[in-house]
Design a protein around this ligand. Structure first.
Ligand SMILES: [Fe+2]
Length: 137
């Protein structure tokens, strides 16, 4: 991994800290429940982003991550089961978003739906790794 990429990732991580600080500041300035919820969402996401960025940094500078055939096999059935559950949440989210006219509610439901779609993608990607591990062992 190039040093330039590592530097970019470190900058990203620092920027994430700044956004967390900003959510605290905005939340402390308002008593509006909706604004505070929006800030809570961004803050929680940013904390999660930090964890992912730290994992990426370690993966790029220490040891590349790997998943063994056995580790995939252990959870293979559960991944499929989980995928079906996430798909259900996507379907429910889509019905609700489609019916909602109130902007704040629609935005929050869309936010959830986007997340659920990301969960489906993550699980599909894990399932695809299973195929990849099978082919390469
Ligand atoms: Fe989900």
């Amino acid at each position: 991994m190039s040093d330039a990429m590592v530097t970019l990732l470190q900058d990203w991580l620092k920027a994430e800290d700044d956004t967390i600080e900003m959510t605290n500041k905005i939340s402390a300035t308002t008593t509006n429940e909706t604004i505070r919820l929006f800030m809570l969402i961004v803050r929680a996401d940013s904390v999660k982003h930090r964890q992912i960025q730290q994992f990426l940094l370690d993966a790029m500078t220490k040891q590349a991550p790997a998943i063994s055939l056995e580790e995939i096999a252990d959870i293979s059935e559960m991944i499929n089961e989980h995928l079906a559950l996430e798909q259900k949440t996507v379907d429910l989210g889509k019905s609700l978003v489609g019916q909602n006219k109130l902007p704040i509610l629609k935005e929050l439901m869309q936010y959830l739906l986007d997340d659920e779609e990301k969960h489906v993608r993550l699980l599909q990607s894990l399932a695809a790794m299973k195929e990849y591990v099978h082919k390469n062992t």
